[in-house]
Design a protein around this ligand. Sequence first.
Ligand SMILES: [Zn+2]
Length: 154
Amino acid sequence: MSLPPTARNIALFWSKVVKSPNACWYFVAAISSPDGYGRYNYQRRNRQRTVLAHRFSVELVHGPLDEHVVCEHKCNEPLCVRVGPGHLTPSTHSENVRYAIALGRMSGHTLLDGQGRSRYQRSLDIRDALAHGYDEEALLQAKTDYGRDQGILF
Ligand SMILES: [Zn+2]
C-alpha cells in the first residue's frame, strides 16, 4: 500500500465486512465489475485510494505486498477478505494461474458462475443477502438459488 491506512481507515474497512461464523468473511460495500471483487476506498490527509478489498485485508496481515504478488482465494469466493489457510493467501501470479486452471475457471467462463450468472451479479446478490448482517439462509440462496426469482426454473 503506497498510502498506509490509518486505524480509522482499518476500522471502517471492518465495518463493511460480514463474517460467517465458520467460513468466509464477506466484504459488503463497493463491488467492481466484471470481476465481482470488493473495492475499498479510503482517505488519508486528503489523498484517496481505491484498492481491492481482499488485497487490503491481506496487507493488514502480511504487510505491503510487492506488485507481482497476487492474493489467491482458496475458497473461490471473490468477496472473501478472510486471511488464512482455506481462504486468502498471498502468492505469485504463476501459482495463481495454475490454481485457477486446476479449478477450471479459465475454460472460457472465467466471469460466470456455474449457473450462467456473472461473477459481478453473484457478488451483488451476496451483498444484498447480507445487507442486514449475517443471514445464513439468505446467503445460501444468493449462492445457489439463482434463477428462481427470474422464473427460469419453473
Ligand atoms: Zn473465504
